[in-house]
Write a protein that binds this ligand. Structure first.
Ligand code: ARG
Length: 562
């Protein structure tokens, strides 16, 4: 397989008579920003120091020794050696590969035989799906897709917040003031207002608190009425969450939430006490952690109740045993970073080295007009409304641009949702993001619709063309070469995005491809019937492959017409 960097590295290594290792050479090689400085460049400063010669002299000397079939020329430019590959020959190899591999282009084997578990989305039953959950969902799904591309086996887990004392309150409130039909109609909104009503009424009537405690105990003891109410609340909430997942096109392998671990915590507590790690503190049982900046991890409250952390400990052991993960990721807001450090540290303290393979993947907040954005306006859940609004806006934009388009509704959904996904993912994960539907939905600039539209434009060229694409003759012009080089980077970008757990690496790269293609579209008459037309169509086809696959990896849909 063609590998520019390896070819250049090998050439340099032999010209340098092995005075520098291939590893060191490869690490020094740069991709010049300006195409006039070649396809790859090697700076001679490090070498100059070792050889006590001027870098410019060394550059001239080495450049003259570089000779390989795919290298057109190597030239010294000041302290740099710039190398140019033969556009037609190298381009042909790259195009052939992309067209032959098609959808498979970019797939890697670095994860072969390994498993990654991703814990993401994980909203709380009977509570609104927050903007934080939206970010977790979008980022987690993209990371899962990237892991798939890298060849890992992936397991996507929705660790639902489906247990806790709030269910005692909810059962009490429902039995007093609830209405079955209303819950069915609008589960989360209704359950949330029952919960709020409980808190209002408890001010007047503190005895309600005892009742709630009673019902939570009953629930824990397996009381049938309590259990069936709990199950029903869970089911109705889940139905509502699933509507959101459907809109986003996201699926999970498991919905094992906190409740699933009810009967799995005792074993952990036994492990801890067998190693004498449980310490009493104000009546509660805690584990002291070796990390000086971490507070002790609370395992059992004074009334015997277990906690969020106890469940996460049980979940980690369960996942290790069931999936034999090589990596376990928790895509959860940064406000929980202490919690995850504690959980990891407890497992490590117990002596399990695999704790090192658990990673919290945090992210920043959604902001609106400089303030943290929340989906709860008064008592209404807004996320679904936000998604619907994006689709509506997309529909208006599409109608303005292309009134005769068929399937407008479907395409508007792909564009509206894609806009939100892309807007999130193009930003570095840790940054806070300004949430502006108008900005994310424009067809210009660095947006999802811009990518989708560029891709659709490429598809439409392929539909219009009478010829079929062919990579038989390489393109030798520099406009084509700029894009070919970019497409060549796709597998590397997938790998980098996954290694850094940063979908933004891929998102930014796709913008580069789209911009390069639009530039090409403006400079070159793609459908002109000359000898290169089939080659150019091959290039267009390759662009659709990379853009489509790349967008799908981010979780977006890719309309072929817009
Ligand atoms: N339900 C939690 C919340 O909304 C997130 C759970 C994250 N996953 C985990 N294993 N703790 O804050």
């Amino acid at each position: 397989m063609l590998n520019f960097k390896e070819i250049f590295t090998a050439q340099l290594a032999s010209a340098l008579d092995r005075q520098m290792s291939e590893e060191v050479i490869a690490a020094l090689i740069e991709i010049p920003k300006n195409p006039e400085h070649g396809d790859l460049a090697f700076p001679c400063f490090t070498l100059a120091k070792a050889l006590r010669k001027s870098p410019a002299v060394i550059a001239v000397d080495i450049a003259s020794q570089i000779r390989a079939p795919l290298i057109e020329k190597a030239e010294a430019s000041g302290p740099y050696i710039n190398v140019f590959f033969s556009k037609a020959a190298a381009g042909k190899i790259i195009m052939e590969r992309i067209l032959k591999e098609g959808k498979e282009y970019g797939k890697l084997t670095i994860g072969a035989g390994k498993t990654v578990v991703l814990d993401f989305s994980s909203p709380n039953i009977a509570k609104p799906f927050s903007m934080g959950h939206l970010r977790s969902t979008v980022i987690g799904n993209a990371l899962g897709n990237l892991a798939d591309k890298c060849g890992y086996q992936t397991v996507r887990i929705n660790h639902l917040g489906d247990w806790g004392t709030q269910f005692g309150k909810l059962i009490t409130a429902y039995k007093k003031w609830g209405n079955q039909d209303r819950v069915k109609e609008n589960p989360i909104q209704e359950l949330l207002s029952l919960y709020i009503q409980f808190h209002d009424e408890v001010e007047e009537n503190p005895a309600l608190e005892n009742e709630a405690r009673y019902w939570f105990k009953e629930l824990e003891n397996g009381n049938e009425e309590a259990a069936s109410l709990w199950e029903w609340f869970r089911e109705e909430s889940l139905k509502e969450f699933e509507r959101i997942y459907d809109m986003l096109g996201i699926k999970f392998d498991s919905y094992n939430g906190e409740a699933f671990y009810n009967n799995k915590m005792e074993a952990i507590i036994e492990k801890l006490s067998a190693k004498n790690l449980l310490v009493m503190s104000d009546g509660a049982e805690v584990v002291q952690l070796p990390d000086l900046d971490l507070p002790p991890c609370l395992i059992k409250k004074s009334d015997g109740a277990t906690l969020y952390a106890t469940r996460d400990l049980a979940a980690a052991f369960y996942r290790k045993k069931k999936y034999h993960f090589d990596q376990s990721l928790y895509i959860v807001g940064q406000e929980q970073s202490i919690h995850f450090r504690q959980v990891k540290s407890v497992i490590k303290t117990l002596g399990y080295e695999w704790a090192d393979h658990m990673a919290h993947v945090p992210f920043g907040l959604y902001m609106k007009d400089g303030k943290k954005m929340s989906t709860r306006k008064g008592r209404v859940i807004l996320l679904e409304e936000v998604l619907n609004e994006a689709v509506l806006l997309a529909k208006q934009n599409i109608e303005d641009k292309n009134p005769h388009l068929e399937n407008k509704k479907d395409i508007a959904e792909a564009v509206g949702i894609g806009a939100i996904l892309f807007h999130d993912l193009k930003n570095d994960r840790m940054n806070n993001i300004e949430f502006s539907l108008e900005d994310m939905l424009t067809f210009e600039g660095e947006t999802g619709p811009y990518l989708q539209y560029t891709n659709a434009r490429a598809y439409s060229l392929l539909r219009k063309a009478e010829d079929g694409p062919s990579s038989e003759n390489g393109l030798s012009d520099s406009h084509s070469w700029e894009i070919i080089k970019l497409l060549y980077q796709y597998p590397d970008k997938l790998e980098q995005a996954y290694q850094h757990l940063s979908p933004s690496v891929l998102a930014k790269y796709l913008i580069d491809v789209a911009q390069a293609f639009n530039k090409y579209y403006g400079q070159v008459r793609i459908l002109e019937k000359d000898t290169d037309i089939k080659g150019r169509l091959a290039l267009v086809k390759a662009v659709t492959i990379v853009l489509s696959e790349g967008m799908q990896t981010l979780g977006m849909r890719v309309p072929e017409q817009m």
